[in-house]
Design a protein around this ligand. Structure first.
Ligand code: NI
Length: 491
């Protein structure tokens, strides 16, 4: 007889079935979740590896991969960030230069660009979908300075033209600093660039039509902002313009290079070449580093009547001196005495443009003082000054950080401007000047010329009369930009 199942047994079986159901249900749910997570994770990996897929993008927009891949081949790793929103897919890549503080700065700068663009999307929701890529190029100038050139590219699903904008940052890797444009160039930079770019455009087949338009003139106005995207190399500087800024947007981003010989006078020379400070290269013939030597120096010139008398006295004994000229006095009228000084092997230094107290100026104004002087020297005598003497000997940290020349003061002050007395000046020199001294005088007073006519033949019996650079070279000192030198005795 078939045993009838009793109620309790039936209930127990049902419970067992229920338990099994719950167990398998849970297992299934778990598996599904794991699968889903894996799928999402794999999807994200794939996306971050190659492509960004904007929602509803046109096929042409589906691969917005980073195009400046060359940056990765240079041995620098890079950091990246991927983000998707309703409006756009965003990919950001910025360099990793190895050092923590430096990398934090790089990240901040890159994300600063991204923040601005994301904000602009938040302000106008509901537009076309976009793929935004921020990628970079590294443009190393030398071991110390590198530019990171960021390319911000926006592609749109509605077929609107691609936007290509450029941002640049110059970094001093040695000191872990970002260097603002105003610390690189003299105050006349915007004016110079405006003229330069307009002349360049006038000669370009694709641009000359546009060169007179309001938009073009606005884009090339003589302001810092207009020429703020710059990279540096030993050949010169490259200036970038966003797509649509100078010409039609279809022409894309535009750039042009200004050769070093054209721009270097307006910029800190150490950026193009950190070794540009006065080098201890070979000593000029006839200088014995073991014999005593003195560097006579003359400020505030050129002034032909006095300068020529000093040069006459030097020429007679085969001596040389250093002249720290004022830029505003360097012109056709004084070209003769400058060229003569140069021909006699004298050194030409800079004493600022108009005898300004440099400690009262902004960095860009300090720059201007020396770049304008160099421009005049170049025009008149084909030279630029390697060293400078600050008016009043006044120097502060801004001056030291800003100037791209070694700073020369003095160890013997003749006070010739005060006494205007040849005897007193001569006595001061003969009693106090010794080996390694730098003697301060001024190329302005007949009394100074007269003192030189007395003193130079006497000094020449005991000392070699050399330039400041020769003195430093003879004593094995490599002069550096922004450092102060006032004498160089034997070691
Ligand atoms: Ni002076």
């Amino acid at each position: 007889m078939k045993r009838m199942m009793q109620l309790p047994e039936l209930l127990m079986r049902k419970r067992r079935r229920d338990r099994a159901g719950v167990f398998f249900g849970c297992l299934l749910a778990l598996c599904c979740t794991a699968l889903l997570v894996t799928a999402v994770w794999l999807g994200m990996q794939a996306a971050s590896r190659q492509t960004l897929r904007p929602p509803e993008a046109k096929p042409a927009l589906q691969t917005a991969d980073f195009q400046f891949a060359a940056a990765l081949e240079s041995g620098n790793t890079s950091e990246s960030l991927i983000r998707f929103t309703e409006q756009y897919a965003l990919g950001v890549r910025y360099p990793d230069l190895g050092e923590e503080k430096m990398n934090r700065m790089l990240r901040e700068d890159a994300l600063g660009i991204v923040d601005a663009v994301e904000q602009s999307y938040r302000k106008r929701p509901g537009g076309a979908h976009a793929v935004i890529t921020l990628d970079y190029e590294l443009v190393p100038c030398n071991e110390q300075y590198t530019t990171v050139v960021y390319h911000l590219i926006q592609d749109f699903s509605d077929g609107a033209p691609r936007q290509h904008q450029v941002r640049t940052f110059l970094y001093d890797l040695k000191h872990g600093q970002r260097i603002p444009l105003e610390k690189v160039f003299a105050a006349s930079y915007p004016e110079f660039m405006s003229r330069y770019v307009r002349e360049w455009a006038a000669g370009q087949e694709t641009l000359k039509e546009l060169a007179g338009t309001d938009a073009f003139l606005e884009a090339t106005r003589a302001e810092w902002e207009a020429f703020s995207r710059v990279s540096y190399s030993t050949e010169g500087i490259t200036v970038y313009f966003d797509a649509g800024q100078l010409a039609d947007v279809s022409q894309g981003m535009l750039k042009l290079t200004v050769p070093a010989e054209e721009i270097s006078m307006l910029m800190r020379r150490d950026i193009l070449d950190p070794a540009s400070s006065v080098q201890p290269d070979q000593l000029p013939e006839g200088i014995d580093p073991n014999k005593p030597m003195i560097a006579l120096t003359f400020d505030d010139g050129p002034y032909t009547p006095v300068g020529n008398r000093i040069l006459d006295a030097l020429e007679q004994v085969g001596g040389r001196a250093t002249f720290f000229y004022l830029g505003e006095r360097v012109h056709e009228g004084t070209a003769g005495v400058i060229q003569r000084a140069k021909a006699l092997g004298c050194e030409i230094g800079s004493h600022s443009y108009d005898h300004a107290n440099l400690t009262k100026l902004e960095a860009s104004e300090i720059w201007d003082q020396f770049s304008r002087t160099d421009q005049n020297l170049k025009k008149v005598a084909g030279v630029t000054a390697d060293i400078l003497r600050p008016p009043f000997g006044a120097v502060n940290d801004t001056v030291k950080e800003t100037v791209a020349k070694p700073i020369v003061t003095w160890s013997v002050d003749t006070l010739d401007w005060k006494s205007r007395d040849a005897e007193k000046i001569a006595k001061e020199i003969l009693e106090n000047a010794k080996d390694g001294d730098i003697v301060l005088m001024h190329e302005l007073y007949p009394s100074t010329a007269e003192a030189c006519e007395q003193v130079i033949p006497k000094l020449a019996e005991e000392y070699q009369l050399v330039t400041v650079k020769e003195l430093m070279q003879a004593r094995g000192i490599q002069m550096q930009n922004g450092k102060i030198y006032y004498r160089a005795g034997k070691k």
